[in-house]
Ligand binder design. Structure first.
Ligand SMILES: [Fe+2]
Ligand SMILES: [Fe+2]
Length: 495
């Protein structure tokens, strides 16, 4: 028979809980002692102590089961644990860096291994999910509470739990839990590249000319796209670079460097907590490779893309929806298409001739995912266009409308090419045009080895000498143009 919850709610519950905690502490103690034994050359003692530790771990789990400390549908719980494990990798890596900076190299080395193991724990759960799917928890008519630290979801009446009840995953007190707004919409970043940079002339010089801006001023750059979870469906905004996209090499002419790849799009999406099969819709801001790279990887998704952009990409397939913006105005934007409750696909041309933006509304906040209307937020605040546009007048009009919108509506500005994109999102920072962010210069820029390939900084076209009879990019004639977007040679970056 199942022992689950036998002692829960009985006079034994408190004693069993104390025992569970005592055993858990025992695990920590024994492994600490085993480590000491190893350091002192007593490997046999270490082995024995670890055996004891493992038994204590079994005991702790046993008592926790008696008291129903964790929900019986543990597969659903694994979903939450998975997110914690994946984010644990980053947290521990960051802490390892601090430990290293403090001069404790050996400890930092060990922690870096642990960080990788946290990621592995997440991957293990992904493997489990290939075989066993958690049952969808039916929350109709029930309250759902969310732990602000680890994301654990409690379904039912939290008020009925004892006052000393804590989050079973991370130990946060009951009072920290927030009731989940049913039907509430959330936006998350899908993080793809980090530690890049862009120059001020690139980011701001579109109208005034690049020579008006100090080329030595650089801003941080990154690449991320966004995912909207409406509570009913999962909607992507753009799908990153293609998996095969080569790494870029930096030299003194580089105007924008995406940074180094964190992971490929599908893995980054999983890290944000979503499987490709869950995605029902993809909203494409524009045709460039860093926004459309993995469009083909979503078996159940309809792709919404402005007609002009779909035609430019020559997209075919039953799942491609060419959007004509037939739902009228959205606030001060003349033309939109409603995608779901609170989710709007909005015409905003200029960067490309079929450019669009996406606005998602949640709890009174407008999340503006604008693709490349600006590359860094400084351009929004300083009211400047970047050097990349297909229609300058239209790009100006779009930036004017975006600025008017953020002035009149509480907006979180979700950018693609600056870490401010996810920093704003994570802090739910509302744009205040009169209060620009303090620019943060880029640090630790990864230098990659040259492959002979070059990438168009405008459209993402990859020049691979192997596909051009072995002709090196450097040997192409000076008037050679990008075969895709007709930009000149100097717009290409080493890859
Ligand atoms: Fe773009
Ligand atoms: Fe882009």
């Amino acid at each position: 028979m199942s022992l689950y919850g036998l002692t829960k709610g009985t006079p034994l519950e408190k004693k069993i809980a104390a025992l569970a905690q005592g055993e858990a502490n025992g695990v920590m103690m024994y492994y600490a002692l085993a480590r000491l034994a190893q350091e002192q050359g007593m490997d046999d003692v270490a082995k024995t102590l670890m055996e004891s530790a493992d038994q204590e771990a079994v005991h702790a789990g046993f008592y926790a089961t008696l008291n129903a400390k964790y929900p019986k549908d543990f597969l659903a719980l694994l979903e939450t644990i998975k997110k914690a494990e994946y984010s644990g990798e980053h947290q521990i890596k960051a802490l390892a860096d601090e430990v290293r900076a403090a001069g404790f190299t050996e400890a930092a080395d060990q922690m870096e291994i642990f960080a990788k193991q946290e990621k592995h724990h997440g991957e293990v759960i992904d493997e489990i999910f290939k075989k066993y799917q958690p049952a969808k928890v039916d929350t109709t008519g029930k309250k759902v509470y969310v732990c602000p630290v680890c994301g654990f979801e409690y379904v039912g009446d939290l008020d009925a739990e004892p006052a000393d009840w804590t989050c079973p995953l991370c130990g946060q007190p009951k009072s920290a839990f927030k009731e989940k707004n049913s039907g509430g919409l959330t936006v998350k970043a899908v993080k793809l590249y980090e530690n890049g940079f862009m120059t001020r002339p690139f980011a701001l010089g579109g109208e005034d000319g690049v020579d008006k801006f100090d080329p030595t001023v650089k801003y941080r750059s990154s690449l991320q796209n966004f995912v909207i979870d409406t509570g009913r469906e999962v909607i992507l905004v753009d799908t990153g670079t293609p998996e095969s996209f080569p790494d870029q090499v930096v030299d003194d002419k580089t105007q924008i460097f995406l940074g180094s790849r964190i992971e490929v799009y599908i893995d980054a999406l999983k890290r944000a907590g979503y499987q490709p099969e869950q995605v029902s819709k993809i909203l494409v801001t524009h045709k460039h490779d860093d926004h459309t790279g993995e469009l083909a990887k979503f078996p159940n998704a309809k792709i919404y893309i402005a007609r002009a952009e779909a035609d430019a990409m020559k997209l075919t397939g039953d799942n491609v929806i060419r959007v004509d913006f037939t739902d009228g105005a959205y606030h001060n934007f003349p033309a939109c298409q409603k995608i779901a409750d609170g989710v709007y696909y909005i015409q905003a041309v200029g960067h490309t001739t079929g450019n669009s933006i996406v606005i998602a509304e949640g709890e009174g906040i407008f999340y503006l995912m604008h693709g490349d209307v600006t590359y860094t937020d400084e351009a929004l605040y300083e009211n400047k266009l970047s050097v990349v546009f297909e229609d300058k007048a239209a790009a100006r009009e779009t930036l004017d409308r975006v600025r008017e919108f953020v002035k009149n509506n509480p907006t979180v500005y979700c950018s693609t090419h600056t870490p401010l994109g996810y920093e704003n999102l994570e802090a739910k920072k509302i744009v205040d045009l009169s209060n620009p962010p303090k620019p943060i210069p880029p640090t630790e820029i990864a230098q990659n080895k040259a492959t002979g390939k070059y990438v168009c900084s405008i459209c993402g076209y990859v020049y691979d000498p192997a596909e051009h009879g072995g002709v090196a990019f450097e040997d192409l004639p000076a008037d050679w143009k990008c075969p895709r977007c007709r930009q000149s040679k100097d717009k290409f970056n080493k890859a």
